[in-house]
Ligand binder design. Structure first.
Ligand code: COA
Length: 342
C-alpha cells in the first residue's frame, strides 16, 4: 500500500500588512524588501490563532474530498508557534472538526515541518497503521517576531495549509527525504521558556546547554541571514536531487517545484545552480511572506485551486529551516485531488 494526496486546503488571516506599513515601524522601505526578498505584503493574525487557521485549512481539505470527519484517523500538525504547549494544535483541529477517531500529534521541525509531516503520514499509511491522514502546517510567527528588528520582521507572515492523504494502490507520495544538522541550530533561533522553579538559578543559562534560553532572553526570532541563505541553497538542491533519485523521477521530468517560500533570491540561486528554468519553481511569497511550516501547503492549495496541477504531474515539495532541518517529497499528482465543493 502507498499514500496519495486527495485534497488540499488553506487559510490565511484577514489582515494584510504591506511593506509601506512596515516602513512606519522600522527603518526599511518597500524598495529594499522587494529587491532583497521579493515580498510585497503578508497576512498577520489579529483575531485568528494557529489552531483556528489550522482547523480552517483542514476543514477545506476535508470538504474538498467530500469526506466526513470520522474518516480521518491521523492528524499531524507541523508548527513552531502553537497556541499552547498543551492541548496541541492537532488536538484543537480534531476538536473543531469532530474527527473523533483520529490520533493527533504536533511535529516541530521548523519550516521543514510540513515535509516531515508528509513523510510521517506516508510511513504510517504504508505500514497500515492508518488509512487517512490530515497533515497541516500552521503558524502565527507574528507572535515571535521582534517588531523592532528590521533584519527579520519584514520576512514573516501567518497562515495555514493542509493536505488530506489516503491509502492507495499506486504511489502518489513517491519518495520523502529529510535531513537535520543540530550543530548549526544557532543560525536561526526562537528561544523557549527558561527553567524556572524554586531550585533554579534565575541568572544562569538554563534550557538546552550553550545554545539554550537564558532567563533574560526574549522568545523572538533571531537569525544569521547570510548563513541561512547559504544553507538554504544547498539544502534545496540536495532535497530535489535525493527525492528525484529515490523516486526514480529524473529532474527534467519534474513539472513544478514547490519550495518553502523564504526569499526569491534563494530560489533564483537554486534555479541558476541547477540550471533549471525559474518558472519550474512556484512562488507566492510576494503575497504571504515566509509562513514557515505553512508555506508549502498554502502554495500547493493555491496552485490546485488555480488549476495548475494536472493528473500525473510530478511535483517536488521542498522545505528547509530552523533546526537546521530540510527535506523533499516527490509527489505524483492525481486528478482526484482537484475537487472542490459547490
Ligand atoms: N530594510 C533596510 N535595510 C535592511 C533591512 C531592512 N528590512 N534588513 C537589513 N538591512 C540592512 C542591513 O542592516 C545591512 O546594512 P549595513 O550594510 O549598513 O550593515 C544591509 O541591509 C545588508 O544586510 P544583509 O544582511 O547583508 O542583507 P542580505 O542581502 O543578506 O539580505 C536577508 C538579508 C535576511 C533578506 C537574507 O540574508 C536572507 O533572506 N537570508 C535567508 C533568511 C531566511 O530565509 N530565513 C528563514 C529561513 S526558513
Amino acid at each position: 500500500m502507498f499514500s496519495t494526496i486527495i485534497a488540499t486546503g488553506s487559510a490565511v488571516p484577514q489582515r494584510e500588512v504591506t511593506n509601506a506599513e512596515l516602513a512606519q515601524l522600522v527603518d526599511t522601505s518597500d524598495e529594499w524588501i522587494v529587491t532583497r526578498t521579493g515580498m510585497s505584503r503578508r497576512r498577520i493574525a489579529v483575531t485568528e490563532t494557529t489552531s483556528s487557521l489550522a482547523a480552517a485549512a483542514a476543514r477545506r481539505a476535508l470538504d474538498g474530498a467530500g469526506l466526513s470527519p470520522d474518516a480521518v484517523d491521523l492528524i499531524v500538525a507541523a508548527t513552531v508557534t502553537p497556541d499552547n504547549f498543551t492541548p496541541t494544535v492537532s488536538c484543537q483541529v480534531q476538536a473543531t472538526l469532530g474527527c473523533a477517531r483520529a490520533t493527533c500529534f504536533d511535529l516541530w521541525a521548523g519550516c521543514s515541518g510540513f515535509v516531515y509531516g508528509v513523510k510521517v503520514a506516508d510511513a504510517m499509511i504504508r505500514s497500515g497503521a492508518v488509512s487517512r491522514a490530515i497533515v497541516v502546517g500552521a503558524e502565527t510567527l507574528s507572535r515571535v517576531v521582534d517588531w523592532t528588528d528590521r533584519g527579520t520582521c519584514v520576512l514573516f507572515g501567518d497562515g495555514a495549509g493542509a493536505v488530506l492523504m489516503e491509502a492507495s494502490p499506486a504511489p502518489g507520495v513517491m519518495a520523502c527525504v529529510t535531513g537535520s544538522d543540530g550543530t548549526r541550530g544557532g543560525f536561526l533561533r526562537i528561544p523557549g521558556l527558561p527553567i524556572r522553579n524554586p531550585w533554579a538559578d534565575a541568572t544562569s543559562s538554563t534550557s538546552g546547554g550553550a545554545s539554550g534560553a537564558s532567563a533574560a532572553e526574549p522568545s523572538v526570532i533571531s537569525m544569521d541571514g547570510q548563513e541561512v541563505f547559504r544553507f538554504a541553497v544547498g539544502a534545496i538542491q540536495w532535497s530535489i536531487e535525493e527525492a528525484s533519485k529515490l523516486a526514480g523521477v529524473p529532474i527534467g521530468r519534474i513539472r513544478r517545484i514547490v519550495p518553502h517560500q523564504a526569499n526569491n533570491r534563494i530560489i533564483d540561486a537554486v534555479a541558476s545552480r541547477m540550471r533549471l528554468p525559474r518558472e519550474v519553481f512556484y512562488t507566492n511569497l510576494q503575497h504571504y511572506g515566509n509562513t514557515s511550516a505553512a508555506s508549502i501547503p498554502i502554495a500547493l492549495d493555491e496552485m490546485n485551486r488555480q488549476g495548475l496541477l494536472h493528473n500525473g504531474d510530478h511535483l517536488a515539495l521542498v522545505g528547509f529551516g530552523g533546526g537546521l532541518t530540510w527535506g523533499g517529497a516527490m509527489v505524483r499528482w492525481t486528478a482526484s485531488a482537484t475537487r472542490f465543493p459547490g
